[in-house]
Design a protein around this ligand. Structure first.
Ligand code: PGA
Length: 251
């Protein structure tokens, strides 16, 4: 059985005061206390304080990005060991905004994936096609290519301690969600690609859907057999909305 997982990606929103308030509200509604494993990913500078407040809490902490290098002269970067140090358990790697706006390619994403695992943290590997790629029928090709890069560097064993998030780029922050059938189709492709290498790992791999998930559409997405939860952007910034998404997972 795969335990559902719901992760909130706060992106570059809020302030220290707002982050503190949101963490407090999520603790108050016991966001991590239900059937789903629940993770919040605040901006880097708020992680340490969030980590202190969440110590011993069922709500888990994640980061939005990481440096692929372990240590050294990398001005402005944050290493996986630093993230572990402040209490992170998960790290998002390869988010489409990193790929599109900050030039991250498949090889760099794969190195980040490995760097995260080396510190005993769980990467949430984001994959997904752009609108143009979907319209020319390249969705499977793109998602397979993104997975292959990580398989090549981490091996299939890496997926035994990882989470994959399918995030069609055209659905992120647009209010245009993939239909449950569209999500299921790609989720099943992702699981199938891993199953070609190792059926047991594929069966236990959690594949999240991300892209305009809201409390009003979460249940129908999460009801699909290969959708094991969600990676939530905008709707993770309001505790009640995020709490309702967490409650929408399959029991
Ligand atoms: P969204 O973002 O829920 O605001 O569409 C999802 C994401 O980028 O992870």
């Amino acid at each position: 059985m795969r335990r559902p997982l719901v992760a909130g990606n706060w992106k570059m929103h809020g302030s220290g005061a707002e982050a503190g308030r949101l963490i407090g509200e999520l603790i108050a509604i016991n966001a991590g206390g239900g059937p789903a494993e629940v993770v919040v990913c605040p901006p880097f500078v708020y992680l340490a304080e969030a980590g202190q407040r969440l110590r011993g809490n069922a709500l888990l902490l994640g980061a939005q990005d990481v440096c692929a290098e372990e240590i050294g002269a990398h001005t402005g970067e944050v290493s996986a060991s630093m993230l572990a140090d402040v209490g992170c358990r998960f790290v998002i790697v390869g988010h489409s905004e990193r790929r599109a706006l900050y030039g991250e390619d498949d090889a760099l994403v794969a190195r980040k994936f490995v760097a995260v695992q080396r510190q005993g943290l769980v990467p949430i590997l984001c994959v997904g096609e752009s609108l143009e790629e979907r319209e020319r029928g390249a969705t499977h090709e793109i998602v397979s290519r993104q997975l292959t890069a990580v398989l090549g560097m981490a091996g299939v064993a890496g997926f035994g301690a990882a989470v994959v998030a399918y995030e069609p780029v055209w659905a992120i922050g647009t209010g245009r969600t993939a239909t449950p059938a569209q999500a299921q189709e790609v989720h099943s492709l992702i699981r199938g690609r891993i199953a070609e290498k190792d059926a047991t790992i594929a069966a236990s791999l959690r594949v999240l859907y991300g892209g305009s998930v809201k409390a009003s559409n979460a249940a129908e997405l999460f009801a699909k057999p290969d959708v094991d939860g969600g990676l939530i952007g905008g709707a993770s910034l309001k505790a009640d909305e995020f709490g309702r998404i967490c409650a929408a997972v399959r029991k």
